[in-house]
Design a protein around this ligand. Structure first.
Ligand code: UFG
Length: 335
């Protein structure tokens, strides 16, 4: 069985890499995206892009019927933690309510497999390290809460209606397609590696280190960075798992090792061969000192073999993408 896969948010950063991985693995793909943060050019030629909002469940239903969709990968959503504190209801609408509508539509139309983009933010401030999938889920912001509520809806819908579900909890996603076919386009991205390579290219005056007095070896926060292409492959494996075995899957997506902010900035400096303009700044509200996963389950259950896990490769691919995007927009301005 090779189901047609509907990818919501397929014009966004992680979604567009998942589309490439699905294509490489031979799955027919349809993208559904409202292009609020995603961009049209992120969808490869030959993949249908349906411009629409998942809040419009009739439109989604029409696409599911029209393309005989058998599986959903649901990336569409809002992802900025600080914004979720200021506009919580936007997060409950875009992430929780819209997911509810999508899950209902899948159940109603008999779509069998549902893979969901969840986040390490569901764990909140962990009490013990490393974080495994059974660690308590106590989100400390509406973003994490909005994703956790969707996890619960999926679990219950699965038990009652037999929907096969794959919940993937992403840690810190970084990098870009090594072949240069996709990357992180979001203009206002706040992610460390993205911001650091922008500073390296002179697209930002400097990079701030948010907090240098944490209880960590060098005083800066530690995160488990995962290359976006390895993450995309995990989605394909999760889909194969659901198609073959059915049931429910809940996995951390990470490598099980962390780097501090300073280590990341050092890696960027090494790749560009000169120092970065760095400012030390106060802590950013809501940042846990360390988020490092226990990643045994994803290896054991899915046979996942990450291939791009070095910090250098994450930085190099992010830098290559950023450089190309900057050159392209310069050329556009000049013409
Ligand atoms: N950081 C800086 N300077 C910057 C940007 C980030 O010092 O300019 C620091 C942050 O303070 C943090 C670390 O770099 O310590 C990583 O920050 P990111 O913003 O890249 O990522 P977060 O860990 O805050 O958040 C990410 C995702 C969320 C997800 C969360 C939990 O963006 O969606 O991981 O896994 F919820």
């Amino acid at each position: 069985e090779t189901p047609v896969v509907l990818v919501t948010g397929g014009a966004g950063y992680i979604g567009s890499h998942a589309v490439l991985a699905l294509q490489d693995a031979g799955f027919p793909v349809v993208v559904f995206d409202n292009l609020s943060t995603g961009i049209r050019s992120a969808v490869p030629d030959g993949v249908p892009l349906i411009e629409g909002d998942i809040a419009d469940t009739e439109h989604v239903a029409e696409v599911i019927r029209g393309f005989q969709v058998g599986a959903i990968m649901h990336f569409a959503g809002s992802i900025v933690v600080s914004e979720s504190v200021e506009k919580p209801l936007k997060y409950y609408r875009n992430n929780t309510q819209n997911s509810l509508g999508l899950i209902e539509t899948c159940v109603r139309l008999g779509v069998k497999h549902f893979i969901f983009s969840s986040t390490a933010a569901v764990y909140g401030e962990p009490e013990a390290y490393p974080i495994d999938e059974e660690s308590p889920t106590r989100p400390i912001n509406p973003y994490g809460q909005s994703k956790l509520m969707t996890e619960h809806m999926l679990r219950d819908a699965s038990a009652a209606h037999g929907l096969n579900t794959g919940i993937l909890r992403y840690f810190n996603v970084a990098g870009a397609d090594p072949a240069g076919r996709a990357g992180q386009n979001t203009p206002a991205a706040t992610h460390l590696i993205k911001v650091a390579v922008q500073a390296a290219l002179g697209l930002r005056p400097a990079i701030s280190v948010f907090g240098t007095d944490y209880d960590t070896p060098d005083g800066t926060c530690i995160r488990d960075y995962i290359h976006v292409s390895d993450l995309a492959d995990a989605h394909v494996l999760a889909l194969r798992h659901l198609v073959g075995k059915g049931g429910n899957l809940l996995v951390n997506c990470a490598y099980g090792r962390g780097f501090s902010v300073r280590e990341v900035l050092k890696a960027v400096e090494k790749v560009i061969g000169r120092p970065l303009p760095v400012d030390d700044a106060p802590r950013r509200a809501g940042d846990p000192p360390a988020l490092v996963a226990k990643a045994d389950r994803i290896h054991g259950l899915l046979g996942w073999k990450p291939a791009h896990g070095s910090l250098e490769e994450m930085v190099e691919t992010a830098l290559a993408w950023e450089r190309r995007s900057a050159e392209e927009s310069k050329a556009r301005r000049a013409s």
